[in-house]
Design a protein around this ligand. Sequence first.
Ligand code: VGL
Ligand code: ZN
Length: 204
Amino acid sequence: MRALLIIDVQNDFCPGGALEVPKGDAIIPTINKLSEQFDVVIQTQDWHPDGHSSFASSHQGKEPFETINMPYGEQVLWPDHCVQRSQGSDFHPDLETSLSQMIIRKGFRKDIDSYSAFFENDNSTSTGLSGYLKERGIDTLYAVGLATDFCVKWSVLDGIKEGFDLYVIEDAVKGIDIEGSVDQAWDEMLDQGATKITSSELLN
Ligand code: VGL
Ligand code: ZN
């Protein structure tokens, strides 16, 4: 059985948001159409506490988009974004959320960031999504949302490692693109066995 996985379509990742993905909102109409074609729709929501360790503002003298070493490895520092209960953490108002059966929140532990829908950035703390999908008999995922080069990429790579078949819908994802990171993300995803498709192959 297949599921649509809608990653982080939240105000802060859309134009005007704290960590905006250029034209991030442009994929929303396509995602809404796709949702209607799926029996199972799952969403993720980036959901950070105030003062989260991935925020540059939590590290003296650091600016957004610099990197630091965390106990679990290298971490890009971000502007404050998707703070729990803030308007920026809400799903974009145009996103159809009523068809979603499960919303998985991630990044709520202050000391670990979580790009992936499956594992936090330490690569071992599970969000529980893999077990949820397996218990429901879901073996194939179609990934859409934001951002191609971070949360989409890590969700796809971890999903493959967890044994799922992963399709990435090219016209329903958008990236932040730091120094070629979108092209690199595609290379990594395809290299690890993801399949790139367009929404027209699924919509009729
Ligand atoms: C994301 C950076 C920080 C994402 C989340 O959704 O891609 N990127 N937090
Ligand atoms: Zn985040």
